[in-house]
Structures are given as C-alpha cells and as structure tokens.
Design a protein around this ligand. Sequence first.
Ligand code: C2E
Ligand code: MG
Ligand code: MG
Length: 317
Amino acid sequence: SIGYAGAPADSEDADTLVMSADLALYAAKSAGKNRVGRYSPVLRARARERASALQELGLAIESRQFELYYQPQVRADTGRVEGFEALLRWNHPVRGVLVPHIFIDVAEETGLIVPLGLQVLNMACAEAATWPDDTYVTVNVSPVQLMSSGFGSAVNDALEASGLSGKRLQLEITETGAVEELAVAELDRLRATGIAIALDDFGTGYSSFESLKKLPLDILKIDRSFITELSEGDSAVVTSVVEVAKALGMQSLAEGVETADQLRLLLTAGCELVQGYYISRPMPAKEVAEYLSATAHSNGGYFIRSDNCAPLLTAGG
Ligand code: C2E
Ligand code: MG
Ligand code: MG
C-alpha cells in the first residue's frame, strides 16, 4: 500500500506533508490494501471527526451517560410478556437522547464498543435481576464485541455480579459474512450455561441460510422490512422463514410489528414471538415493573399500551 501527498498543493511544511501522506496510506490500507492513494482534505477532516468522536464517546462511557430502554417481546398467540430487549440510549448533555444509529458505527470503528458493550451487559443483567423470575432480557452484541478476547468471561462476570441466572439472558448477534470459528465455539460455551442466542435482523445479510446452519441459535428474529411488507395474500416469505426456523429447532420472532393486521398474519404464519410499536415502544427501566403489573391484570390476554390507541385483542387473535 502506498499513500502520497504533494507540496505545496497539499502541505506547506515537511511535518504536515509527512502526516498527510500517512493519512493517505492509512486510507489506502483500509480501502483493501495493495492500493495507491493520494491525500485529500476530506481525509484530514475525517481523522479530526474520528478523534473527537473517540474522545467524546470515551468520556460518555466513563461518566455513564448511557441508559437502557426496554421493549417487550410477547408470545404471539397469548400476548404473554416473555422478556425485554435492551436498547441503548445516550443521554448526551447537549444533543439530548441519542439513538444507536448515531453512535454505534463510531463505537465499532474505534473499538469503544467493547467497553460500552460491557457496560450494557452489566446494566442489563442488574436491571433484569429485579424482574420476575420468568422474564428474560436480550442484549445486542456487536460482531466486534463478540470477537473480542474475554467476551465469554465478561458475560459470566455480568451474570455473577448481578445474580441473574444464565437462563434469563439472551444475546442477539448479527450475520457478518463469516462469524469466525472462535466465536462459534464461544457461543457454544455460553449456550451450555443456559444463555439463549438470537440471530438479529434475519434476511438482511447476504448468507442467511448459511449462517443458520453454522451458528448455534435458539431464536430467529425476522427483520422489520419483511413485516412491513407483510400483507393479505403475500405472506409466503415469512411463512417459509418460520418453517425453516422450526425445522432447525428455533423459534421465530417478528420485529417491528406495528399493526393488528400484521400480528394476525404472523399468527397464521405460525410465528411464536412478536415485538414492535403495536405492542409497546421501548420504555425506560423504571417503567418496566409497572408495565408488567398492568399486563398481569389483562386476564391472560393481550395487553396493548393505551398510548398506542390500538384495540385490545383476545387470545388466539
Ligand atoms: P435492533 O436490535 O434490530 O433493534 C430494533 C430496533 O427497532 C430498535 O431501534 C427499536 O426501537 C426499533 N423498533 C422496535 N419496534 C419497532 C416498530 O414497530 N417500528 C419501527 N419503525 N421500529 C421499531 P433502536 O433502539 O434505535 O436500535 C437500533 C439498533 O441499534 C438495534 O437494532 C441494534 O442493532 C443496535 N443497538 C441497540 N442497542 C444496542 C446495544 O446495546 N449494543 C449494540 N451493539 N447495538 C445496539
Ligand atoms: Mg436487536
Ligand atoms: Mg433487529
């Protein structure tokens, strides 16, 4: 890989010239190696952005500006709340509450996802330990975090510190082309302690069916895009995914369920679990207990949060 810069066009002194060539080299390497790249001002702007994002995120992790929101996952036929997915929010001192798509990429690129993910695991386990014994928490794990050394023992530490049983923890992973053998072995070990593994965003990756065979999985999360497209007379894809999951011994969970119609079609397709705004939006940790006691009083049927303005469903759809 070669990176180069010119004088005086790119730089006016020797130090800056060398630094500029370095940035070009770095870009050439990260673009796939075996390349020649010339310096451009965009590279310097990007490096500056990255450095400040790194600093800001690092500080945010240290000063615990992150919080978890919880979104219920319910059994499709009865509406029973089985567990909650932990979804990360950054309470930014200036920009307000930030959702993951604003900061997860930077956290992954800089490696800060590892300490951040650790904080998430510990928070999620500690909070879930206060819930009823038959309610699980499911935590998103980024590929970088999954491949990082010591991930398995970090999970065990989080369980130990919180007193949460492994049976009440689920980890959500994504397809990343090749999930390395190493990670598969680690997931096998975690599963042996009772932890469940879910494949997130199924259907958006490029080697979907390959991953299904290779990965040790308990739950298949059907991506929201399939649910959005779901309509009367066109549920063939969802139905087949549910069947494949069943054949491989997994349960299916539909993400992003927003309407009663979608829920009805999913029930017909045989999908076991659902999650989405129709049932409830993600809520702060302090609202979980109240939500659970409200669902317990809905006579074993569906509990739809009144702020969703949706009609109540009875068991069986
Ligand atoms: P995901 O794991 O697929 O999570 C589902 C996302 O869909 C969440 O967005 C959730 O709020 C949103 N959602 C749920 N129901 C509905 C619905 O009915 N309609 C619509 N339009 N959206 C719905 P959120 O919280 O912004 O999270 C986005 C992504 O960020 C997550 O996607 C996950 O990949 C990532 N993420 C969230 N928390 C963490 C974390 O702690 N660690 C890591 N590594 N990634 C995280
Ligand atoms: Mg998820
Ligand atoms: Mg998803």
